[in-house]
Design a protein around this ligand. Structure first.
Ligand SMILES: Nc1ncnc2c1ncn2[C@@H]1O[C@H](COP(=O)(O)OP(=O)(O)OP(=O)(O)O)[C@@H](O)[C@H]1O
Ligand SMILES: [Mg+2]
Length: 297
């Protein structure tokens, strides 16, 4: 199911803006997310290992808009750690040192302002599609009629209309991931944390999910942090791409990109898009021609 209608318009020049990671807030409002010299160490027996070190960045609260930030880096560089620190999820949360702020306040744990979507299509096996999407609303204490209506709206929005009574085992991977997205977005979080959500999908389904995501994001004005191992996915989706390195995990660079106005398939055949992908590949692999640790395309 393609969402190309929402994306059709004139192609534009695709010039990336490579620079240092933004660390100082600009707007009058508190930033959506701010990391101040955040370090996370884990103890393994008598040894300590550093998951991320001294990570500092700021994502401003833009009026009537949200940013989509994609995160690229080798396996183990701390991408999930960053997401889980924002989400307030243990054991990554709390940080060993430094501050994680959401809308100017230190994160104290999970909250309804942040929603998370994982790679493994996490849904409740004994609940139908409708039951799954309704679940969080039920937890929030929303009345049955109201939550049913809202859940149905979100099921439509993610393209699953007609599948309300199916159980997760009756759905394809892509459909299950649509359930997970609907469940998270129905709660209307201001921040959406997505950890390789499309990593296990075939290319065609993945393109379609990317378009769905952009369409919903335009409607929601949420800030999305999106971890991926696919460089072209990071380039297609990201207003900004954060580049992380390992040993220890750190955030080294950000690349600002124009927002694509075509479908992912159309974009991939463009020379300027290919140049951006080549640039990001160079950044992730640090100039080595040898492909390392799982980053694709
Ligand atoms: N609960 C934990 N206990 C011990 N070490 C951990 C824990 N969680 C993460 N780490 C370590 O922290 C580092 C960063 O892990 P993280 O999962 O954030 O990496 P990642 O960039 O998401 O990797 P991947 O791309 O493979 O998902 C790794 O070295 C990992 O082994
Ligand atoms: Mg991870």
């Amino acid at each position: 199911m393609a969402d190309t209608e929402a994306l059709k318009s004139t192609p534009k020049d695709w010039t990336p803006e490579v620079g240092a990671v933004e660390t100082v807030p600009h707007g009058p409002k508190p930033p959506v997310v701010q990391f101040k010299q955040v370090t996370k160490r884990f103890r393994q027996g008598s040894q300590w290992s550093t998951a991320i070190e001294d990570v500092t960045f700021v994502v401003d609260d833009l009026p009537e808009a949200g940013e989509l930030i994609t995160i690229l880096g080798p396996s183990g560089c701390g991408k999930s750690t960053v997401l889980r620190l924002i989400a307030g999820l243990q054991p990554q949360f709390p940080p060993t040192s430094g501050e994680v702020l959401v809308f100017g306040k230190p994160v104290a744990g999970p909250g309804p302002d942040r929603g998370m979507v994982f790679q493994d299509y996490s849904s409740y096996p004994n609940r139908t599609v409708l039951g799954n999407v309704e679940f969080g609303l039920e937890m929030q204490g929303m009345a049955k009629k109201e939550r049913r209506e809202l859940a149905r709206t979100w099921i439509e929005k993610v393209g699953l209309g007609g599948h309300e009574t199916k159980y997760p085992h009756e759905l394809s991977g892509g459909m299950r991931q649509r359930v997970a997205i609907a469940r998270s977005l129905a709660l209307h979080p201001r921040i959406i944390l997505m950890d390789e959500p499309f990593g296990a999908l075939d290319p065609e389904t993945r393109y379609s999910m990317q378009e769905t995501l952009i369409r919903l994001w335009r409607e929601l004005h949420a800030t999305i942090f999106f971890v991926t191992h696919s460089i072209s996915e990071a380039a297609y989706l990201g207003d900004r791409v954060y580049i992380m390195k390992s040993g220890p995990g750190r955030l080294v660079e950000e690349i600002k990109l124009p927002r694509p106005d075509e479908s992912p398939l159309a974009v991939e055949s463009r020379n300027d898009f290919r140049e951006v992908v080549a640039l990001l590949k160079e950044k992730v692999h640090g100039g080595s021609a040898k492909k390392r640790s799982g980053t694709s395309d």
